[in-house]
Design a protein around this ligand. Structure first.
Ligand code: SF4
Length: 320
């Protein structure tokens, strides 16, 4: 099935950090491109420190102090790139969105556009039911501390949806929740995205989650896109980092191979090695990997990979 036209296109994003008094800016994200489509979920995956949250923050102009979009383009329909309206965020910590001193219902109503506030009680109830509450009136009257972690997360989702966004960015929304609540929240996100024609950008370090709910995938390492395409690429990944992430996933089968972590760590900001940033940890690294940056190569069905060893052949090479 062909994907609908994107609601947002990000091309060649380059985000830098300027430390006070530093001579030169430090690159944080480089060469990252993706599209967000209505009714589809793109998962941005990688270990902590890979640049996922910074990339998502750039979409809504929410980059942390000292960081800036140095080059690249973000194109979207008018009004889409307004954080809180066309573009809504849900974070890992409900404390970042929910104010502890106001009732949940009031906070959701305040996030509604003016036209919806005329019928705010009905709209509030509908939103709370939409995010899976069977007792919306009680939840609306509650203060955040009277709700469990999973309920707070759903209330935050209702608040994000109150602005009728076209794009929902969910940044590690389930990390602080227990496994069953995580699964319920992710299914809810997937349902909302399909029924509401939302474009969802899910940020996560957990590839296991992605296979269940996402349509498309972009894996980042040390601020660069290493592999992307439809989520089905996980059955035959090409990049050694993605293979490593998959080997590190717990499996329940009695004959499952033992878990293997990826040796080493993601380089700290400003300490990205030359060449392929993954080369100090890569089991397939060759001498050239430490000097030349691999750029994305394109394969079938929108699958791209940035790796010297596992690159897709260029069209001229693959033509007999
Ligand atoms: Fe490994 Fe080289 Fe590929 Fe980087 S370019 S992932 S170091 S094989």
């Amino acid at each position: 099935m062909t994907a609908p036209a994107p609601v947002l296109s990000a091309r060649d994003l380059r985000i830098v950090y300027r430390a006070p008094g530093a001579a030169a800016p430090v690159p944080v994200v480089e060469d990252v491109s993706f599209d967000l489509h209505p009714g589809r979920m793109l998962a941005l995956v990688g270990e902590s420190g890979c640049g996922k949250s910074v990339t998502a923050a750039a979409l809504g102009g929410l980059l942390p102090r000292g960081m800036e979009l140095a080059s690249g383009r973000i194109d979207a329909a008018p009004g889409v790139l307004r954080a809180g309206r066309g573009l809504a965020y849900v974070f890992q910590d409900p404390g970042e969105c929910l104010d502890p001193v106001f009732r949940v219902g009031r906070q959701i109503v305040e996030a509604m556009p003016p036209a919806d506030r005329r019928h705010s009680a009905d709209r509030l109830r509908a939103l709370l039911v939409q995010v899976g509450f069977h007792d919306p009136d009680r939840v609306a009257r509650s203060y955040p501390h009277q709700l469990s972690g999973g309920m707070q997360q759903r209330a935050m989702l209702a608040m994000a949806l109150a602005g009728r966004p076209r794009i929902l960015v969910a940044d590690e929304p389930t990390t602080a929740l227990d496994v069953t609540v995580q699964a319920r929240l992710l299914r809810l996100l997937a349902d909302l995205q399909r029924s509401g024609n939302l474009a969802v950008l899910l940020i996560t370090h957990n590839l296991g989650v992605v296979a269940e709910v996402a349509d498309d995938l972009l894996v980042m390492y040390a601020g660069r896109a290493v592999e992307s395409g439809p989520v089905s690429l996980l059955s035959s990944p090409r990049h050694p980092y993605v293979e490593g992430l998959l080997r590190a996933l717990p499996r329940l089968a009695p004959d499952a191979p033992p878990l293997e972590g990826i040796p080493g760590q993601v380089p700290a900001l400003g300490r990205r090695p030359a060449g392929c940033p993954f080369h100090p940890r890569c089991p397939l690294a060759r001498p050239g990997c430490a000097t030349a940056v691999p750029h994305p190569t394109r394969g079938p069905a929108g699958h791209t990979v940035a790796c010297h060893v596992r690159a897709f052949p260029s069209p001229s090479e693959s033509t007999p």
